[in-house]
Design a protein around this ligand. Sequence first.
Ligand code: SAH
Length: 264
Amino acid sequence: MTSSPRSLPLRPGARPGHVYLVGAGPGDPELLTLRALRLMEAADVAVYDNLIGPQILDLVAPSAQRIYVGKKRADHSVPQPEIGELLVSLAQTGLCVVRLKGGDPYIFGRGGEEAESLAAAGVPFEVVPGITAAAGVGAYSGIPLTHRAFAQSVVFTSAYLKDGALDLDWPALTRGGQTVVFYMGLSRLETLCEDLIRHGLPASTPAAVVRHGTLPDQQVVSGDLATLAAAVRAAGLQPPALVVVGDVVSLQSRFGWFQGGASL
Ligand code: SAH
């Protein structure tokens, strides 16, 4: 990193016995906040999961202990309550704990559950916001999530299954004039597109899947609700990926600027 000739008016740094729930952004290390970077450089221990790539982990203090608590969809390596207990016990031994989370800690990151554990145990904590995947994907793939001509609002939702079916607020998601971003939706993309059509969105509504947004291997597959699932299957995309639905996706082919590996 080049040093800046100006000094920033920074707040006090990392404190022992505290837990910092830090949003590490969607992947590109350049999208970390200054606060995130300073805390990572000062941490005694970093607790992280599979959304945290090696380039970001490399920015944690070399002396810090690194603890992986990652989860994959079918493979819950450390149950969420145990992560909460781990954070509490590390802080109670007087360590400065940085809990690195992909994107923003409070957007589908279960940061609320970790904050709950810390609050219940009386452990002091701070939350550092990060660039959520939707914002990163929008910028790097060329999809303005809102646009005066196409979408006056944007909805972030998850595509959880309940009893084997998508249990979503369909009237809200199929309203016109908005963009809908689905987190964790790739593995049930076909059902998702079919359900959106069944609940009233035109089959010709533009839609895209973006995998590894902001990373050198970012992949974008776009089409419409009728064609997207087959195109994504043909391209063999795997999570983590976002599904973006709405007329703004029609701008993607002209607004996409990120050349992946070339700029990192
Ligand atoms: N707290 C995170 C989201 C955690 S949920 C945030 O604010 O971004 C995990 C889901 O986020 C993944 O299944 C995927 O849908 C999405 N995601 C995270 N990083 C991503 C990336 N770089 N590109 C595309 N989707 C991503």
